[in-house]
Design a protein around this ligand. Structure first.
Ligand SMILES: [Zn+2]
Length: 168
């Protein structure tokens, strides 16, 4: 993935908890930094704003693993490039690049929230064992979000551009 790529989406604001956070991501070559993602966010509700420049030139690393065993680990930053596949083996969850791959920058809790959204949709439409499976996934993801269930988040990336950055 060379050249400029731009993504924008709405997210849950870490400041006020409303789904009012506008996130803009620009993937670009930055002099002195190399390939990087510039992330700017602003909340329409509480006004929280942030800007980050995150280098992506980690090409030696193809697989990143992060053990989430404390609540503060949920704030670790997750950079998933469009080629990254996210797995959480303990929860039986997998997010593959798919047919229309997009990259995103979030935190561990945001990744869980994405899985939760999918499981909730499935639980609402599926029937029988599939519905039960989705409901079980929802319970496990919720206890992971609350910090009660330790797990490992793994990103495998063919281009080595995904990363997990611990809170400290
Ligand atoms: Zn806010």
């Amino acid at each position: 993935m060379d050249g400029k790529e731009h993504f924008s989406y709405k997210a849950i604001c870490p400041g006020c908890g409303e789904a009012a956070l506008s996130v803009e991501e620009l993937y670009d070559e930055i002099p002195g930094l190399g390939r990087a993602v510039l992330v700017s966010m602003r909340c329409a509700k509480c006004g929280m704003a942030a800007y980050h420049e995150i280098p992506l030139e980690n090409r030696g690393i193809r697989k990143v693993e992060f053990r989430v065993s404390e609540e503060k680990h949920l704030t670790a930053r997750v950079i998933r490039s469009p080629t990254g596949m996210i797995r959480i083996p303990e929860l039986g969850l997998e997010l593959s690049p798919g047919s229309r791959p997009v990259g995103f920058v979030t935190n561990v809790e945001g990744v869980l929230q994405r899985f939760l959204d999918v499981a909730e949709q499935l639980a609402g439409t599926a029937e029988g064992p599939e519905k039960e499976g989705a409901e079980m996934a929802i319970r496990r993801i919720r206890s992971a979000i609350s910090g009660a269930l330790p797990f490992t988040i793994i990103i495998e990336d063919d281009l080595g551009n995904s990363a997990i950055i611990p809170p400290d």
